[in-house]
Design a protein around this ligand. Structure first.
Ligand code: ATR
Length: 280
């Protein structure tokens, strides 16, 4: 075996091989920690996914990130943990005792970012989560894991909120989209997981002034970096957690699993990814 072949490497499995910030993030950490390792993007069509994942180490990888459209399929090809099972999608794979395991790091990306931006956020008794898609599942799971007693879940299509509440249990209360305004005064934590406010999408129309004085506001949207929701929350002096922070924090666990060191989300890393985002 050549010296090069022994270098630990991970990859991002997607189709098509879309532009991703993951290589930038992992290369930064490899450099910062002085680890000789690699991270590449692998374009794997759906019909080849099973073979690629089942023989990941033979393809030269100690682990992988998984992105669209493979996240659900990857779950069935691996031994998923509780987070991946609850979210119904795997985004990070690694070997443990010879077995290929899977998790969903969006859960800890979300809570890790809140811990960094708004320590003490988890004393909230009531959270209001907007949206009931894939991202919302990771958020709701994280909130329940951290002991939030009431998670009010509002979605334009209320049936999706109901289905999610049925899965996650009695702490999750599905509510109609029209009820959001009246719930704001007791939302100690407000989380937007919808695409509203994203560049090219309609704005999220909310009366931020109705939130309690010490509410925390999180938005998963990161294009633009400062969404109108976050801007309004900051203007009111509320603590906020943005989508880029979540993106950076969700990458921590994969790196740790593959390369054995827990990396830090530094201002320097944030600036690097921010510059890349604004190039688009
Ligand atoms: P993701 O996996 O990123 O969460 P998704 O599953 O497509 O993406 O979910 C998008 C979320 O944004 C959904 O909650 C969606 O509401 P519906 O379930 O009713 O579709 C929400 N969303 C998108 N456009 C919206 C709009 N114009 N008004 C309100 N909610 C919207």
């Amino acid at each position: 075996m050549t010296a090069e072949a022994k270098i630990r490497a991970a990859c991002l499995i997607g189709w098509p091989a879309a532009h991703s910030r993951s290589p930038l993030i992992h290369h930064y950490w490899l450099r910062a920690l002085g680890i000789e390792g690699g991270y590449s993007i692998e374009a794997v069509p759906p019909e080849n996914l099973a073979e690629f994942v089942q023989h990941l180490s033979r393809h030269g990888f100690v682990g992988a990130n998984v992105t669209l459209p493979h996240k659900e399929h990857a779950l069935t090809l691996t031994k998923p943990d509780a987070r991946a099972r609850a979210v119904g999608a795997a985004n990070t794979l690694w070997y443990e005792a010879g077995e290929l395991r899977a998790t969903n790091t969006d859960v800890e990306g979300f809570v890790g970012n809140l811990d960094a931006c708004a320590p003490g956020w988890d004393t909230a008794s009531d959270a209001l989560v907007l949206g009931a898609g894939g991202a919302s599942r990771a958020v709701v799971f994280g909130l329940i894991e951290r002991g939030i007693r009431h998670v009010h879940l509002a979605n334009r299509t209320v049936e999706r909120a109901r289905a999610l509440a049925d899965q996650f249990g009695a702490n999750v209360h599905p509510v109609a989209w029209e009820a959001v305004g009246d719930l704001l005064p007791r939302a100690n934590l407000l989380v937007n997981t919808t695409s509203l406010g994203m560049r090219g999408q309609p704005a999220l129309e909310l009366e931020i002034g109705r939130l309690p004085p010490r509410a925390v506001v999180a938005d998963l949207v990161y294009v633009p970096l400062e969404t109108p929701l976050l801007k309004a929350a900051r203007a009111r002096g509320l603590r906020t957690a943005d989508g880029l922070g979540m993106l950076l924090h969700q990458a921590v666990r994969g790196f740790e699993l593959w390369f054995g060191r827990r990396p830090a989300v530094t201002p320097e890393l944030r600036a690097l990814v921010e510059a890349d985002l604004t190039r688009d």
